[in-house]
Structure formats: C-alpha cells, structure tokens
Design a protein around this ligand. Structure first.
Ligand code: G3P
Length: 217
C-alpha cells in the first residue's frame, strides 16, 4: 500500500519524507488556504520535496475553466496530479486529461456508483472520503470494500486512494481490502509507528544492556 500525506504544511512534508514512508501528497483548497501560501508556489515547493504524485485541485466548476486551471497546474512539475471534483464537469475534465496522459485524482467520492463513473473516465486515482461518511453515521470502510470489489471485477486501472482518514485502523482495514493508497494527516502517519509494547520492550532491552557495561562503538 502506498502512503500519501494529506497536508499542505511543508515542514511536516519534509519531516515525514525523511522517514522514507511518503509516496505522495494530497492537498485540497482548505489545506492550501490554511498554509497561507500562494497556491502555485506551494505546489512547486511540495513537488520539489516529494517525487511521487502531488495532488493539486482545480477550483472552477465548469469544464473550460477547469481545463485552463489544469494546464497551469500541470506546468508546475511532472508529478502534479490534477484533482477534480466528482461532478459531470469534473469527470469530463478527467476524461480529457487522462486521454492526454495526465494523472487525475477524482475527489469527493461518497458512493460506489460515483467511483464507477470515475474509473470509466480514466481517473488515475479515486478518493473516497471514509471519515466524512463515518461522521454522518455511514460505514466509510464499506464503501472502500465495494469500490475494491467493483474495480477488481472489471480490472480497472484506477487506484483506490482512501481519503478523509481519521485513525490508523482506517489504514489497516483499507490495506486488508487491498486499497492501493491511503492519504492521511501527518499525525496519523506518526501514530502508525506507535505501540506501547515496543516502548516497554525497548526500555527493558536498554536497561539490561546498560548492566553489561559494554558499548558497540
Ligand atoms: O483531502 C481530502 C480528504 O482527505 C479530506 O479529509 O479530514 O477533511 O475529511 P477531511
């Protein structure tokens, strides 16, 4: 499973890229606004740190303007992935860009039917939002299971990019279902490393080692 981080915080991106666990980055207009930076500069900065796919979202709602925005974003770097909303205009844009060899991430997916449309439009990634479904009392992970099954049935190339992740169990469940990518907040990626028995075991090992009075170096 690939790990993307869902943030526009360049310091966090640099810190986590150094762990070797970051395969890509996803941003959205809300995260970009929070960064306080000029959007095009922000995407260029992220692309210079992470060589994998970096999602940059269009903000227009009509096809023509979306295509113009996509043309500007594509010029920033080779690894820019154009993010479009799951609307008829967004999917039309997805089809045109994908036919042209551009990576497209279709976002704001909340149903298996929408995911099917995105795959037919040639999306490189579909982003189902599991946390936002959980928030309204709907099983977000059931959506991932449905999409994985549908894509497998038809050998679609579109990768399932699990988004709106809230905790490590979302990632574990998604990995068991065979989802291709999880995009997560930096704090959630850090949580994946943690287990109290690891801390306890390491402490005991080091205490016993200290008693030997030895040093490896
Ligand atoms: O970037 C898309 C998605 O991951 C947003 O997550 O936490 O705002 O629901 P969230």
């Amino acid at each position: 499973m690939k790990f993307f981080i869902d943030t526009a915080d360049i310091k966090e991106i640099k810190d986590l890229a150094a762990t070797g666990m970051v395969d890509g980055v996803t941003t959205n207009p809300s995260l970009a606004a929070k960064s306080g930076k000029k959007f095009l500069d922000l995407i260029a900065e992220i692309c210079a740190v992470v060589p994998g796919p970096v999602s940059a979202e269009v903000t227009a709602l009509d096809y023509d303007t979306m295509m113009k925005e996509a043309a500007v974003l594509k010029k920033i770097a080779k690894n820019v992935t154009i993010k479009v909303p799951l609307t008829p205009e967004g999917l039309k844009c997805c089809k045109s860009l994908s036919d042209d060899g551009t990576m497209v991430n279709v976002t704001l997916c909340f149903s298996p039917a929408q995911a099917l449309l995105a795959a037919k439009a040639g999306a490189s990634f579909i982003s189902p939002f599991v946390g936002r479904l959980d928030d309204i009392g709907t099983d977000g992970m059931a959506l991932i299971s449905d999409i994985c099954q549908i894509y497998k049935n038809y050998s679609f190339k579109t990768e399932v990019l699990v988004a709106s992740i809230r905790h490590p169990m979302h990632i574990v469940a998604a990995a068991k279902m065979g989802a291709h990518v999880s995009t997560m907040p930096p704090s959630t990626l850090r949580q994946l490393f943690n287990h109290p028995l690891t801390d306890k075991g390491l402490k005991a090992f080091l205490e016993d080692w200290a008693k030997t009075g030895q040093s490896i170096l």
